[in-house]
Design a protein around this ligand. Structure first.
Ligand SMILES: [Zn+2]
Length: 207
């Protein structure tokens, strides 16, 4: 994983270090937070998950920027990304243009994990077919869905879709309202569903 340059920066809190990781081939810098002595995942597992998050986010941003998405996001628009590996952090969120992902409980310590993983959505979304919860054999699919959820919030909060054509009639203000659900469904359909479908195909073939 020589793609990564990891720089330890001075502590922002007692016993906590801020680690800044850059990917060499891209300008996208992400901030990684978590106290080193409480990191439970070995470097190669963390790096794989971080790489997955970056790649997934880039792919999703390409979709969101596409003219056919009708969102008309400015070409350079992107959220900032922060990842925390702290074991006590379970909640991911979007706040003022920054997506913060708490990955510790999504990524198995050995990078492989159990045979089955469950992705749970907010109660009112959990049963929706396109954007609800699911089980999968691969933890990576849960991480992809997590990125889609928080990116949908970031786009929703960007203010961009609120004033465009038919989008004017859509409620983008409510946190998990209609506008959010549309954005989230678009990202899930293109960037999560194909992986879940492929998994089902494999299961059918192996039976
Ligand atoms: Zn949410």
């Amino acid at each position: 994983m020589s793609h990564y340059t990891t720089v330890l920066e001075k502590s922002d809190k007692k016993n906590a270090m801020v680690v800044k990781t850059h990917h060499e081939s891209e300008s996208l810098g992400i901030h990684i937070r978590g106290s080193c002595d409480t990191w439970r995942h070995p470097d190669h597992v963390r790096f794989e998950a971080e790489r997955l998050v970056i790649d997934t986010l880039e792919d999703m941003l390409r979709t969101a920027h596409r003219k056919s998405s009708e969102l008309d996001l400015p070409k350079k628009w992107r959220p900032r990304l922060e990842i925390t590996w702290h074991p006590n952090r379970r909640t991911s969120y979007h706040k003022r243009g920054t997506i913060t992902l708490a990955l510790c409980h999504y990524v198995p310590r050995n990078g492989v994990g159990e045979a089955s993983f469950t992705y749970t959505e907010y109660k009112r979304l959990q049963k929706e077919p396109a954007i609800g919860g699911f089980t999968t054999n691969d933890w990576r699919n849960c991480v992809r869905a997590l990125v889609a959820h928080e990116l949908a919030h970031a786009i929703q909060r960007s203010g961009v879709p609120h004033h465009k054509g038919r989008h004017r009639k859509i409620d983008y203000k409510k946190p998990h309202g209609h506008g959010f659900q549309q954005l989230y469904a678009l990202l899930r359909r293109k960037h999560v569903r194909p992986f879940l479908d492929a998994e089902k195909m494999d299961e059918c073939i192996s039976i």
